[in-house]
Write a protein that binds this ligand. Structure first.
Ligand code: MG
Ligand code: FE
Length: 170
């Protein structure tokens, strides 16, 4: 049976919604643990707010197209994020690995919304296209911020890590 472009748009919107649930869990775990990196923590907290807004926007697109959000995918995403959080806690360079995975995740989001914009454009769904374009802007800004701060975060980590009695990892 053939899949219509509209079905694909709806599927990908659901995937994006699951991805944003995973993002919220991951970012929340990171922000809660960070103690000595206030700039990174503040930027992550800002992006948690943006991520919640993105979820609402995606839900609006999904219900406009007559679908519902997949609780199974959402749950899987949350469990994966929980697992990643546990793994992160055992790392001595947690903040560096967290910033690295954050940057990778943002780029996955950038690719996902670029795909959704093209698909929405192809089916003439301008509302979904515009929503995804607005979300994409936030992901690009977050990816750019992380890229700019990977160096400074690493420098701070190295400095703290070689100082006796000072916690570096978070
Ligand atoms: Mg996002
Ligand atoms: Fe993001």
């Amino acid at each position: 049976m053939a899949t219509t472009p509209r079905d694909n748009v709806l599927d990908w919107l659901r995937d994006a919604h699951g991805m944003e649930q995973q993002a919220e869990s991951m970012l929340t775990a990171q922000a809660e643990r960070l103690e000595n990196y206030p700039d990174l923590r503040a930027r992550i907290q800002q992006h948690i707010e943006e991520t919640r807004w993105q979820q609402q926007q995606l839900e609006a697109c999904i219900s406009r197209l007559g679908g519902s959000t997949s609780t199974v995918k959402d749950l899987t995403g949350k469990l994966m994020a929980f697992g990643q959080g546990i793994v992160g806690m055992t790392m001595t360079d947690e903040v560096v690995k967290g910033a690295l995975s954050g940057y990778v995740f943002e780029n996955m989001e950038i690719a996902s919304y670029t795909i959704l914009i093209a698909a929405a454009e192809a089916v003439g769904d301008t509302a979904t296209r515009d929503t995804c374009a607005a979300i994409l802007n936030q992901e690009v800004a977050m990816a750019r911020w992380l890229l700019e701060h990977l160096g400074p975060v690493t420098e701070t980590f190295l400095l703290r890590d070689q100082t006796p009695g000072v916690q570096a990892k978070r």
